[in-house]
Write a protein that binds this ligand. Structure first.
Ligand code: C2E
Ligand code: MG
Ligand code: MG
Ligand code: MG
Length: 286
């Protein structure tokens, strides 16, 4: 009987695995068509200067309007893209789209050209030989100046290909493009790369920010946030706190002299129209 039971559960297991594999395969097929079918879109989340309360920049975040499953978040499809050759195409699409949007706002809506656009670059892009040319071409094509662009990379991508990343960073630096380290504090960081690589800012991962308040057990998160802010200051880098959700978290970060912040407290990521309204409103009233 035990043997029969074992066999039955084996079958259930197999069929579940099979279903998962089919779903994944279908997603990958859908993903391959998504760019040409124009199913991707960008949401924009404001990055706020905590001193002036004005918008300093916007982070472009991808969404997928799936034909049958509705609006999907990156966590639901980027892992599949990352396992294939799709990721680099997606990031390049995002970069072009974000630059086109920024340029349109600058031209039509007289957006201050101190406001930057930030996009995420996956580790896969650092394996492409021609990534710097692709990025430069997009700037030329869209007419966006390098100083208006910030690229977010993770500690992971730096650690995996240090020399390649270094040469890419240096080449793009010539065009005044800025770099930030995303989710800072969660990776296997080595302090030595921080001054060795020409990055401009650190984004404190939201897990630390959400841990600083209101829980009483949050002292170590507070210390981590504080340490990252001090580190950034010592290395003359800017620092952005990710995932600020409450006034309490914001006040603590202001006390710690954190320069920039991003999070639901200020705004969720917004579709382009709503992001423009937010920008206009904030630039008027601060
Ligand atoms: P990320 O770059 O660290 O982006 C911040 C994520 O935190 C976004 O999730 C944003 O919606 C979310 N967030 C912002 N403020 C808050 C807050 O106050 N509370 C909470 N709970 N969450 C907040 P999203 O849009 O789901 O993106 C998740 C991740 O997917 C991003 O993390 C980034 O790593 C990746 N991603 C998104 N778009 C792209 C893209 O175009 N290319 C690449 N390579 N990765 C992307
Ligand atoms: Mg990011
Ligand atoms: Mg992040
Ligand atoms: Mg994050």
């Amino acid at each position: 009987q035990a043997k029969a039971k074992g066999k039955a559960s084996q079958q259930i297991f197999d069929s579940r695995m099979y279903t998962q594999a089919i779903v994944r395969l279908q997603m990958e097929t859908d993903l391959r068509r998504a760019i040409e079918r124009r199913e991707f879109l960008l949401y924009y989340q404001p990055i706020i200067c905590l001193k002036t309360r004005k918008v300093s920049g916007l982070e472009a975040l991808i969404r997928w309007e799936h034909p049958s499953r509705g609006l999907l978040l990156p966590g639901e499809f980027l892992p599949i893209a990352q396992d294939s050759d799709l990721m680099s195409h997606i990031d390049i699409w995002v970069l072009r789209e974000a630059c086109l949007q920024l340029k349109a706002w600058q031209d039509k809506n007289k957006l201050d050209d101190a406001i930057f656009m930030s996009t995420n670059l996956s580790v896969h892009n650092f394996l492409q030989e021609d990534i710097t040319e692709k990025i430069s071409d997009i700037l030329v094509e869209t007419g966006v100046s390098g100083h208006c662009l910030e690229l977010e990379i993770t500690e992971d991508s730096i650690i995996r290909n240090p020399s390649q990343v270094n040469s890419i960073l240096n080449r793009l630096k010539h065009q005044n493009i800025k770099f930030s380290i995303d989710d800072f504090g969660t990776g296997y960081s080595s302090l030595s790369y921080l001054h060795q690589f020409s990055v401009d800012s650190l984004k404190i991962d939201r897990s630390f920010i959400q841990g600083i308040a209101p829980q009483p057990s949050s002292l170590s998160n507070l210390q981590i946030a504080n340490t990252i802010i001090q580190l950034a200051e010592n290395l003359q880098l800017s620092v952005i706190a990710e995932g600020i959700e409450t006034l309490e978290q914001l006040s603590i970060l202001e006390d710690l002299d954190c320069t920039y912040g991003q999070g639901y407290y200020f705004s969720r990521p917004l579709p382009a129209d709503a992001a423009l309204n937010f920008l206009t409103y904030c630039q008027q009233s601060g």
